[in-house]
Design a protein around this ligand. Structure first.
Ligand code: CA
Ligand code: CA
Ligand code: CA
Ligand code: CA
Length: 356
């Protein structure tokens, strides 16, 4: 069997004029052409050769029409002269992506010996949906990634030809991403995910989208892939104290190492970006003499003996800093109570609450 191609819109007319045949007196007609859709059942009729070759039905037993071809794509019914489909024909298997799929072969007749050339066009039907090799696509995208950044994805494949093949990609409606189709220099098309605006891990650390590939068939067929996007952290948040100002009253006779107060700051980032170090910030020398700050826990303890006569109050400022040097501050007002005072040992009052 040979494959060939046509040369004009009229060439595929189902049957070349049988009226010309008598002029040839048994000489070979050019070619008989038929057109059938792919996937017809076995023994489906392609056309009636006897009629199209101008042979009388009474001559058929003598002429013994048969197909001469490498492959058994077609058979002839010797009684009726019908050309039949030998077996189900899959256009994608026979012709691949080739837009025009033509099967050429010879019909042999005996007494006298004639050879007729026949061509059957196998029309494409939309029997393949676009298919993604991977139904799940996982991406990690940093929240500091600039809008406009493109992420190439594997294309969906559709074995059909022409408009029955893949036409377009669609993405779930969302605020952050869109999909476009790109082409490699050698003509292979693939979808690309484009970031439309900055992601914010602290607001939403995971996005799930559905990528749909649609072909141009009637009706169209489609295939989908899940895109799962994990947003990775950038250090874009400073630590924030639970209070802007802390107030505490202390008896002057509390022992050394007495726990005065614990300040707490939180950082909305993740992992190392949220590791906080506490330190005194621009405090007077005597504050450092009397108070100790644990840089990990934020706990403030007494270091030396307080003396009401020396100072009645202290003002402390504490800084909370992350590894990216993003920092914030709080202040602590410590009032020293005379030991003769009957006030409770420690009074902690929250004055201002931060938004957090
Ligand atoms: Ca097809
Ligand atoms: Ca298709
Ligand atoms: Ca941070
Ligand atoms: Ca962050």
């Amino acid at each position: 069997m040979r494959r060939g191609s046509g040369s004009g819109p009229a060439w595929w007319l189902q049957v070349l004029s049988p009226f010309l045949l008598p002029l040839f007196h048994g000489a070979l007609p050019d070619q008989i052409r038929y057109s059938i859709p792919e996937e017809l059942a076995k023994n489906s009729m392609v056309g009636n050769l006897a009629k199209d070759l101008g042979l009388g039905i009474q001559d058929l037993p003598t002429r013994k029409l048969r197909v001469s071809a490498e492959k058994d794509y077609f058979t002839v019914n010797p009684e009726s002269g019908d050309l039949l489909v030998g077996d189900r024909l899959d256009r994608e298997q026979v012709c691949g992506k080739q837009l025009l799929c033509v099967l050429e072969f010879d019909i042999v007749a005996e007494k006298p010996l004639n050879i007729f050339h026949v061509a059957v066009i196998l029309q494409d039907i939309n029997d393949n949906a676009p298919l993604f090799k991977q139904s799940e696509i996982d991406l990690n995208i940093g929240e500091s990634t600039r809008p406009g950044k493109a992420f190439p994805l594997d294309p969906a494949l559709d074995a059909d030809a022409g408009s029955n093949s893949l036409q377009k990609y669609y993405l779930t409606d969302n605020d952050y991403f869109e999909v476009t189709e790109k082409e490699t220099p050698d003509g292979r098309k693939y979808p690309e995910l484009i970031l439309k605006r900055f992601l914010d891990r602290e607001e939403q650390n995971f996005h799930q989208l559905v990528l749909t590939a649609v072909d141009g068939g009637d009706p169209p067929q489609s295939g989908t892939a899940q895109i799962r996007i994990q947003v990775t952290d950038a250090n874009d948040n400073a630590p924030v104290f639970s209070q802007d100002v802390y107030r505490v009253a202390l008896r002057e006779d509390v022992p050394q190492g007495y726990s005065v107060l614990q300040v707490t700051a939180t950082d909305q980032d993740e992992g190392v970006n949220a590791e906080i170090t506490y330190s005194f910030h621009r405090v007077e020398e005597q504050v450092e003499r009397f108070f100790k700050l644990d840089k990990r826990t934020g706990e403030i303890t007494t270091k030396g003996n307080l003396d009401f006569e020396t100072a009645k109050s202290y003002s402390l400022s504490v800084e909370a800093k992350d590894p990216g040097d993003l920092a914030s501050h709080c202040s602590i007002q410590v009032e020293i109570l005379d030991e003769n005072d009957c006030a409770p040992e420690v009074i902690v009052t929250s004055v201002f609450y931060s938004a957090a």
